[in-house]
Design a protein around this ligand. Structure first.
Ligand SMILES: [Zn+2]
Length: 165
């Protein structure tokens, strides 16, 4: 069940941003795709879940002609975009694969979904060493510490390139 705070709805309508309500609705519905799993992953590496959720929300809204909505968790969304770019895969395909897993187990399935997406894209899967290094890099990028950070796309891309060779 999704509850909207009446105050928040009034606020968004008052400032002329009704699309922000739709955005919140979609975002929270994606979180609620399955019963919530363990809280440990979310509290430590919140970016795996929030980056995927907000990335899908934003792409969905754009596909419906809604283009004026701010992206929440922009650091995590950018990190996903740069991971996909580095691997030569489509970020939405990656998010759709991760979406099948409940909140709290996205990190646990991340590497296998990356490999599945690579196979679907007719690319080589990651070696064991690359898997370990990618997970180290993404644990850093998706750490809860970054939840309010503004992204530096170049720095994120450099980190990924340095770590995952
Ligand atoms: Zn969220």
């Amino acid at each position: 069940m999704l509850y909207f705070s009446r105050m928040q709805v009034r606020f968004y309508l008052g400032v002329g941003e009704p699309d922000a309500i739709t955005s919140t609705w979609v975002h929270e519905s994606i979180h609620a795709r399955q019963p919530f799993g363990s809280d440990h992953e979310y509290s430590t590496w919140t970016g795996y879940e929030e980056g995927m959720t907000e990335g899908l929300t934003h792409r969905l809204l754009i596909s419906q002609g809604v283009t004026q909505v701010d992206v929440s968790f922009p650091f995590y969304v950018t990190a996903y975009e740069e991971i996909a770019r580095m691997l030569g895969i489509d970020v939405v395909t990656l998010w759709r694969g991760l979406w099948r897993h409940q909140s709290g187990s996205v990190r646990a399935s991340f590497i296998s979904i990356v490999n599945l997406t690579l196979i679907q894209s007719r690319r080589d899967i990651l070696t064991m060493r690359q898997r370990e290094r990618l997970q180290l890099a993404t644990d850093t990028l998706f750490s809860t510490h970054h939840r309010n950070d503004r992204p530096d796309r170049r720095a994120i891309a450099d980190l990924l390139k340095r770590v995952v060779q």
